[in-house]
Design a protein around this ligand. Structure first.
Ligand code: AHR
Length: 336
């Protein structure tokens, strides 16, 4: 079952379209990509998506920089692309702010910037953004939890969150979306600490939670699958059981292959997708620019909410009914 989206939002791009950012036909198109890092399965899938689309055989020269979650290194990477006079720059911003100066430099150099995945919240000097609605993901997780707890007759929700990298729009959106619903419903948000979107981070935070809040929690929200893998190790070591019918409802985001395998195994109770396969849509933006046309300012990825049949419940986000997808072998096989 499928949920909304692929909303191709109309918006204003107009003011800052580059004059002519296109290589002549049959010339190789150079693309610089400043990637966040390599912290998660999701990130690996995102990198592969870009490398597959912007390959030599497709007529591209991809200059790829893994910024290892270092904000300064990411700005340096963008400046090095300007020096190399690439045709296009793709940025997946590690954090949402602090971008206007470097984006102005790109604009002055006449190089169009396409932002993917996470948003830039303090500058609009980019031609297009292709990514996920992180707040919707957070709302989906919380509204699912509400409906699932009602179905199971669980009337007290004591929640620990392992958040993503602080200041990233993925963290901000998921926390805002989830916590708004939690507060409206009077749930007990015990603690929220960052696991930096890594397995090691998730494990470390969960180890501390198991010591500090022993016997006091029945929900753990991990803001990506890798944090959930680490949290499961910590709960195993502490003798805390999780998954349907156990001590803890375990919620995760991303829904990469390994995450869905853990849903199928009855470990993760529900997994809320963040779709990393943005590159084909980025290529569409480049082709639109090359044709001298105006691309959409915002392109939202299609995403699904996953669980096993027993955990699939009806819920809505802002009055819009949501559909959930049952995790089957075929679904896992088709995932990234
Ligand atoms: O920005 C997307 C998030 O970043 C994914 O949820 C996470 O796995 C990644 O590291």
């Amino acid at each position: 079952m499928r949920k909304l989206t692929m909303i191709l939002a109309t918006a204003m791009v107009a003011t800052m379209l580059p004059a002519m950012a296109v290589s002549a036909e049959d010339e190789v198109i150079s693309v610089g990509f400043a990637q966040v890092g390599h912290e998660s399965d999701w990130r690996t899938a995102s990198t592969k998506s870009c490398q597959d689309v912007f390959s030599e055989e497709n007529g591209y020269d991809l200059k790829f920089v893994d910024c290892d979650n270092d904000e300064a290194a990411q700005k340096e990477a963008v400046r090095s692309f300007i020096e190399q006079e690439v045709d296009y720059i793709i940025i997946d911003p590690i954090i949402a702010t602090g971008w206007d100066t470097v984006l102005t430099e790109c604009e002055d150099a006449g190089i169009p910037v396409i932002v993917i995945d996470r948003t830039i919240d303090d500058s609009d000097k980019y031609v297009s953004w292709v990514g996920s609605n992180f707040k919707t993901e957070g709302q989906a997780a919380a509204e699912w939890l509400k409906a699932y707890a009602e179905k199971e007759g669980i009337d007290e929700l004591n929640i620990l969150t392992i958040s993503g990298s602080t200041g990233s729009s993925a963290q901000i959106g998921r926390s805002d979306g989830f916590n708004e619903v939690a507060e409206e419903n009077g749930w007990n948000l015990i603690d929220e600490q960052t696991g930096d979107f890594t397995e090691a981070g998730g494990q470390e935070v969960m180890e501390n939670y198991c010591k500090s809040y022993e016997g006091q929690f029945n929900v753990v929200v991990c803001q990506n699958d890798n944090e959930a893998f680490g949290a499961m190790t910590a709960m195993d070591n502490a003798g805390v059981t999780y998954g349907p019918g156990n001590d803890v409802i375990l919620i995760s985001y991303d829904a990469c292959t390994a995450g869905l395998e853990d849903v199928a195994a009855g470990k993760i109770t529900a997994d809320f997708e963040c779709n990393p396969l943005a590159a084909p849509f980025v290529e569409d933006v480049i082709k639109t620019l090359a044709a001298g046309e105006e691309p959409e300012k915002e392109v939202y990825m299609i995403e699904h909410w996953y669980a096993l049949p027993e955990q699939i419940v009806d819920f809505e986000i802002d009055g819009v009914p949501q559909e959930m997808t049952e995790v089957t072998d075929e679904v896992i096989e088709a995932q990234y």
